[in-house]
Structure formats: C-alpha cells, structure tokens
Design a protein around this ligand. Sequence first.
Ligand SMILES: Cc1cc2nc3c(=O)[nH]c(=O)nc-3n(C[C@H](O)[C@H](O)[C@H](O)COP(=O)(O)OP(=O)(O)OC[C@H]3O[C@@H](n4cnc5c(N)ncnc54)[C@H](O)[C@@H]3O)c2cc1C
Ligand SMILES: Cc1ncc(C[n+]2csc(CCOP(=O)(O)OP(=O)(O)O)c2C)c(N)n1
Ligand SMILES: [Mg+2]
Length: 590
Amino acid sequence: MASKGNASSNAHLNTPTRLTGAEILWAALAGEGVDTVFGYPGGAILPAYDALHKFPIRHVLVRHEQGAAHMADGYARASGKVGVALATSGPGATNLITGIATAMLDSIPMVCITGNVSSKVLGTDAFQEVDITGITLPVTKHNFLVSKTEDLAHAIRAAFQIARSGRPGPVLVDITKDAQQGTAIFDFDAAKPHPYRPHPMLTVEQSGLDQAAELIRNAKRPVILAGHGIMESGAMEQVRTLAERAQIPVALTLLGLGGFPASHPLNLGMMGMHGEAWVNHAIQESDLLIACGMRFDDRVTGTLSTYALNAKKIHIEIDPAEINKNVKADVALVGDLRAVLEDLLPRINTRDGSAWLKTIDASKGAVAVRDIKNLPDSGHLYAAHVMHDLWRITGGDAIIATDVGQHQMWEAQYFRHETPRTLITSGGLGTMGFGLPAAIGAKFACPDKDVWVIAGDGGFQMTASELATIAQEKIKINIAIINNGYLGMIRQWQEFLYEGNYQAASLVSPDFVKLADAHGIPGRAVRTRAEVADAVNEARSAKGAFLLNFMVEKEESVYPMILPGSALHEMMRRPGKRPKDPLEESAADE
Ligand SMILES: Cc1cc2nc3c(=O)[nH]c(=O)nc-3n(C[C@H](O)[C@H](O)[C@H](O)COP(=O)(O)OP(=O)(O)OC[C@H]3O[C@@H](n4cnc5c(N)ncnc54)[C@H](O)[C@@H]3O)c2cc1C
Ligand SMILES: Cc1ncc(C[n+]2csc(CCOP(=O)(O)OP(=O)(O)O)c2C)c(N)n1
Ligand SMILES: [Mg+2]
C-alpha cells in the first residue's frame, strides 16, 4: 500500500514553526496542494522519506525513476495540476532525465525533487554524487540546488510557480542531505515567491487585435490550427466560439486532440505527418491560418519552404520564442490564448464560411477515404479495429495514455476525443515507455475515470516493470498491447525509406498475458476482429487491472504519411484501389 501520512500536520501551514528540512519539504508540498507523489528512495533522500508519514501526502513507490517522472507527467496532463516526482541522488536522479525531457518538450508542469550529497562534500565525487542541476539545465524550465535548510521552502514554492506559470514546464529542486537534516523556521506565507510577472513582451496591442480581426473578416479560406495551448490555457470555449461565429474549420495537432470536440461539424481532424489528407490539403490551400497555442512542429508543417505559401498567419502563443521560429507570423498575438481570444472575440462578426467548407468537404470525397473501411474483414485483426471498438464501447469517455509508434498514430486517427485531457501522449520527445507509467499517473489524478494504456509490444517492454506498481497500489487500469511483432514504426520507415531492409525491427516478446498473470493481473489474448468488443467489455468490467494482448497484422502501415523532406500536400496514400464513397471511415463491420 502507498504510504500516507497524518493529515493534522498541515497545521504547520498556519503558524511559523521550527521544522527539519525534510519536514519543510513535505509541508510546503502539502501547502501547494500536492496529494500524491511518485518516487523511489535512496540514501541522499532518506531524511525526506523519514518525515513522510507525518504529512497528508500519498507516496507511490515506482519500479524505476523514469516511471516516477512519467507518472508525475501523466498526473499533470490528466488533471492540469503540477505532478511531483521524487528520487535520490546519482543514478536515481539521472533515471528521471528522460521523463523530465519528455515533459519539457510538451510543456508539462512538473516538479522533480532529488536528494544530493551533503553540501560539505558537493563537488568531491562523493558516493552517488552527480551534478543533476548541471545535467538537467537544458531540459528543465528552471532548477534549484538547495544547500541550506532556510532556503528550502522558498525554492519549493518558487518551483511550483515556475512550473505552472506562463508556458508550463518541469522544474527540478535538488536538496542536499544536510539541508534536509538541518532545521529552520517554516513560514509558508513568507516563503511565497514574488507574484508571477508575465514577460514584458506579453502585451497584446489593440492594433494587433484589429489586424487579426481584419484578416479574419477578409479571409476566404481560413483554418484554425488548434494546439496543446488550448488545454494549457483552458480556452476550449473561446476557440469554439471563434470557430462557430466565423464558421472557420478547425485542424488539430496531436497534442491538441480533445481541445475541440471530434464530433463538431467544424472539426476537420488531425494535421501533419499522419494527419488526414483533406486537412493537410486545406492548410496548403488556405489563405489564413489562425494558430492557437501550437508551435508549428516539423511533424506538423512538412517542408517549411512549401508550407501554406498562400496563407497569412496569425499566431497566438504565450512564448515569444515561438513566434517566427519555424513559420513567419503576419500578426503575432503574444499572450495567454484564452485572454487573447477574449479580447479578440468582440471584434469578430458572423461570417458565411459555407463555400470554403463545401470545398473541403468535396476534397474529402476525392482524396481522403480513411483506409480502414476498405480493409477486408478476412479474419485478420487490424489495430484500427481495436481503436475504433475501444472508442465505440467507451463512448469516448475514457482517458487514453499511449506509448509511441504506429499504435499511437492509429489511436489519434480512430479514437475520437471529445473532451480535453483525455489523450495523454508524448508528442515532442516521442518517448517509448511513456504510456504505462503515464496511465498510472492519470489514474491517480482521475480515480473515477476509465483509464486505458495503449502500447506497442516494443514500448511496453521499456517500462513493463511498472505492472508491479499497479499490483501494489491495486489500481484499475486497462492495458491494451497492440502486438505486431515489430518495432512497427521502425519497420514502416525501413519499408518506405530503406528498401524494406528490416534491421533490428523484429521483436520477440514475452507472453504478455503470462507476464501480467505473474503480477496477479488477469489478461487475455485477442486474435480476431470478432473478439475485440467482448474483450474490451471484459477488461472494463473486471474489478482490477486487466491486460489485453491484441495480436494484430504484423506488416500494416500508418497512412497517410508525409515522407521526410516532402511538402504537406505530398502525402503517401495507401496503395491500391480508391473507393468511390467519401469518408465516414469506420472500423465497424460493414
Ligand atoms: C511518432 C509521432 C508522430 C507524430 N505525428 C504527428 C502528426 O502527424 N501530427 C501532429 O500534429 N503531431 C504529430 N506528432 C507530435 C508532434 O511531434 C508535436 O508534439 C505536436 O505536433 C505538438 O503539438 P502542439 O504544438 O499543439 O503542442 P506543444 O508542442 O505542447 O506546443 C504548445 C504550444 O502552445 C503554447 N502555449 C502553452 N500554453 C499556452 C497558453 N496558455 N496560451 C497560449 N499558448 C500557449 C506553448 O508555448 C507551445 O508553443 C507526432 C509525434 C510522434 C511521436
Ligand atoms: C526511447 C525510444 N527509443 C527509440 C525510439 C524510436 N522509435 C519510435 S517508434 C519505435 C517503434 C515502436 O515499436 P512498438 O512499441 O512495438 O510500437 P508500434 O510502432 O509497433 O506500434 C521506435 C523504436 C523512441 N521513440 N523512443
Ligand atoms: Mg510493435
């Protein structure tokens, strides 16, 4: 069972009291609203663990510190709150790094606490000493080395403020052992950091808003590019109002999925490398792109020199460094998306967008038939069928954490996300091994939600040790392994770009059902399309965690695909005959 402390210790928050550094750490975390931390002990952090039982915080013992970081990340993505991971010095701290970098690339608010050797021996290559603040400098939004007990409360409070303010990101607080053991007066209120002051460039000029409104008024073929910033800003309503009032279709990034309802008539679907063909065509033909909290990642733009050449660009973005980084903005509105849109909306009148919407609709018929409908139901099982059934059976009302690879793209294509924070996926770093621990973090954040992890047979093995965490914590997570016997995305690239020279792509795996069983988690292998729905229902109705091992087609590829170096509209389509009827791609048996 998770350790859980004594709720009465929160009293420290009201009255300045002399405490040890270890106690100050927990008291400050509790004061910041932390209820759960994910961690792994070791010598340099043991003083902190020694004080844990006095505080109302649940500690989840992970099996590898990478898991702790991904759990904190999954917790943050699912809840919108700051996730917290804890590790010892040296190898404990370095094991966190992949998880920290994953959070950094996707702007996730997270605080990682590490212990370090005593301040007197810092820099002497003491046992398990690494310069973790030096190592994590490029992958944290900020980090602190605390070597005096009296500095600790302020560092923790500042870490939370930095992690969650402006463009969110991970912050590391490294605390020497003597700083944990010493004492100081803990005064929570006095440790409050200076109020967050937005970057001086974060002021939107009235003239910028007027120009943006003018561009929208005059546009004939506008497209909203909806990104992860919608979730981070809580701007779902404002984006929807803009789209509906001005009748502008909405294309989403991978991390934007859920920010605008999939079922909304103005939702075009995902853009980019594995996005919908009609979405990418619409972007290329557009005369105005309105980028809302997205950063024109290379997976989104294809070759920049050919990207949306006829479109003016309005870029609404909180981080000035993103403006003109990849794509030049004609109008840059630098600020919080929700606040900017609230200022912009009074300037937006209703527009008739029907001609452009009709054009896009027609292009769907011509070029964009989702392939699944045409896959023969010949007893073979395709990942798309699994995603579709999962979506249909859950009614879309589930949190899905994915791993990285083909299955991640199929999830994005076939599971329709209606609401924000229901897709938890590593976009920028593309970290294999993310899915299972991220799902655990999401379950702690949203215990009443149906939480699924969808992982490949490769990535699942990177952090499969966290099955033991699920067992120990007795949490209900449904695990779907899309088992194609390959590092599928690698196989696909080798098929398309390396003349089918499959090297290090084929994968021998353990029997995942037996592996789950060894952890006391029941499971079942699924081999045909006809079994999928029953298996999904069995997993959902099981009391505890359940693992489904979907034995899917081995050499299936994700389409469409923009090959590296190609323009957004030069998508590789599934070879073979094109069906006549447009859209409504469905994996349901016809
Ligand atoms: C195998 C693989 C394939 C992929 N294929 C695709 C693909 O086909 N299509 C695709 O879209 N992606 C794809 N990705 C993901 C891609 O790499 C990027 O992670 C993704 O496109 C980034 O989306 P984003 O810009 O919306 O989010 P982020 O990278 O999180 O950027 C969000 C932006 O919003 C800003 N922001 C944050 N808060 C606010 C706020 N309050 N107000 C305003 N702005 C704010 C941030 O500063 C940042 O610039 C793929 C990833 C993998 C691993
Ligand atoms: C930690 C890490 N190592 C390597 C990669 C490169 N990579 C991207 S996708 C992929 C294959 C994933 O295979 P699997 O987990 O089986 O998923 P599939 O593509 O088959 O659905 C690899 C190796 C990565 N993204 N992350
Ligand atoms: Mg695989």
